[in-house]
Design a protein around this ligand. Structure first.
Ligand code: FAQ
Length: 311
C-alpha cells in the first residue's frame, strides 16, 4: 500500500521525470542508489589496480600512453560517481571507509589477476565491453546525477573497449606465441566477464524493485545475453575460441545459447574469497593510510585560513 507521497514519486518515475537530489524520495530508493553508485565508484577505483600494474611494462611507448590515459579515466569515473553518491547525503570518506573495511562491495571482476600483456587487451575488450553494455542503459536511470555521470563515462568507456580490442587483435594476429597468449587470456577472462552482470535473474534480489524505480533498466540476464551476442562475432573475427563447448547460435531465439558461469565461484568471490580480494583491499588500505598526511595537511590549512578570515 503506497502513501500519497510514494504514489506521486512513482508517477514521476513512470513519466520518465528525473529525480534530483533535493526531491523527496523513499528511504529505500536512496539506500539502493547509495549501494549501487558506491559499489560502481569503488569498482572504478579498485579497477585501476589490475591495469595500473602493467603501465611500467607496456610493450611500446604508444601502448603505455594509451594505458596511462585509460587508467586515469577510471580514476575520473570513480570521482564523478563519488560526487553523485554525495548528493544523496553520504560523504566520500564514509563510503571509502565502508569499502576499506569490507562493508561495501566492488565488482567481482577485479578480484582476478592480470598475468601478462594479453590480459590487458582482454580486459579492455571483454571487461570494458561488459561494463559499457551495462552502463549505456544506465544513462537513462531515474536519478539525475547518476544518469548524467553515465553519459560522460560511456563516451570514455567506448574508447577503452576499442583500445582493448586493438591490443588483443595485435596479439591474435601476431606470432604463434602471441596467439597462444591471447587465447589463454580469453580462456581465463570469459566467465569472470559474464559474472560482471550479476547473478541470474532468479537469484537477483534487487532487480524487481530497482527496475520499478528505473534505477536499473534491464535485468542481469538480458544484458549478459546481449554481451554474448555482441562478443561472439568479435571473437570469430579474431580467430579466438570461446571457452564454452555448448555455445551455439539458436535460430529460433535469435540469440546464442551459452553455458552460465559457475555461480558458486561468483558468490565465493563476492564473499571475499577470490584470488585477489585480499591484495586489492590491502592496496586500497595502504593508499588511504599513505595519503593521511595530505588529508590532514589540507584540513589544517583550511582551518588556519578560516580563523584568519574570522579575525
Ligand atoms: N560483483 O540483486 P543483484 C567498471 C551483488 S564496471 C560484485 O542482481 P543489483 C569499469 C550485489 O551487489 C563494473 N557484487 O544486485 C572498469 C548484491 O549484493 P548486496 C562496475 C555483485 O545491484 C572497467 C548481490 O550481488 N559496474 O568498473 C556483482 O541489482 C575496467 C545480488 O545481486 C557497476 O557497478 C558483481 N559483478 O545488480 C573499471 C554498474 N553483481 O549489495 C576499470 C552499476 C551483483 O545486496 C577497468 N551496477 N553483485 O550485498 C549495476 O548495474 C548493478 O549493481 C549490478 C548488480 C548489475 C552489478
Amino acid at each position: 500500500e503506497m502513501t500519497e507521497q510514494e504514489r506521486a514519486f512513482q508517477d514521476k518515475i513512470d513519466a520518465d521525470i528525473k529525480i534530483e537530489p533535493k526531491d523527496w524520495m523513499p528511504d529505500d530508493y536512496r539506500a539502493t542508489l547509495i549501494r549501487q553508485i558506491g559499489q560502481h565508484a569503488h569498482s572504478e577505483i579498485v579497477g585501476q589496480l589490475p591495469e595500473g600494474n602493467w603501465i611500467t611494462r607496456a610493450p611500446t611507448l604508444e601502448r603505455k600512453a594509451i594505458l596511462l590515459a585509460k587508467v586515469q579515466d577510471e580514476a575520473g569515473h570513480g570521482l564523478y560517481l563519488y560526487c553523485a553518491a554525495e548528493t544523496l547525503g553520504v560523504s566520500r570518506d564514509e563510503i571509502t571507509e565502508m569499502l576499506l573495511d569490507g562493508r561495501m562491495k566492488y565488482s567481482s571482476i577485479f578480484n582476478y589477476p592480470t598475468l601478462n600483456w594479453a590480459d590487458i587487451g582482454a580486459v579492455g575488450w571483454l571487461v570494458d565491453g561488459a561494463a559499457i553494455m551495462n552502463q549505456v542503459p544506465l544513462q537513462r536511470t531515474s536519478f539525475g546525477p547518476y544518469s548524467r555521470a553515465m553519459i560522460r563515462i560511456c563516451k570514455e568507456e567506448s574508447f577503452h573497449q576499442r583500445q582493448g580490442y586493438d591490443a588483443i587483435r595485435k596479439m591474435a594476429e601476431g606470432t604463434p606465441e602471441q596467439r597462444r597468449m591471447a587465447q589463454d587470456a580469453m580462456n581465463r577472462l570469459w566467465y569472470p566477464s559474464l559474472m560482471m552482470f550479476g547473478p541470474s535473474d532468479k537469484e537477483s534480489v534487487h532487480s524487481a524493485q530497482s527496475m520499478a524505480w528505473k534505477i536499473k533498466i534491464n535485468t542481469n540476464d538480458e544484458l549478459r545475453q546481449k554481451f554474448v551476442d555482441q562478443t561472439v562475432p568479435q571473437a570469430e573475427y579474431l580467430g579466438l575460441s570461446i571457452p564454452d563447448p555448448d555455445l551455439k547460435w539458436n535460430e529460433a531465439r535469435g540469440h546464442y545459447d551459452y553455458t552460465d558461469p559457475d555461480w558458486s565461484e561468483f558468490f565465493d568471490v563476492i564473499k571475499g574469497n577470490g584470488p585477489c580480494n585480499v591484495d586489492r583491499l590491502a592496496a586500497r588500505n595502504k593508499a588511504w593510510d599513505d595519503g593521511k598526511w595530505v588529508r590532514d595537511g589540507l584540513l589544517a590549512h583550511a582551518r588556519k585560513k578560516r580563523t584568519r578570515n574570522l579575525a
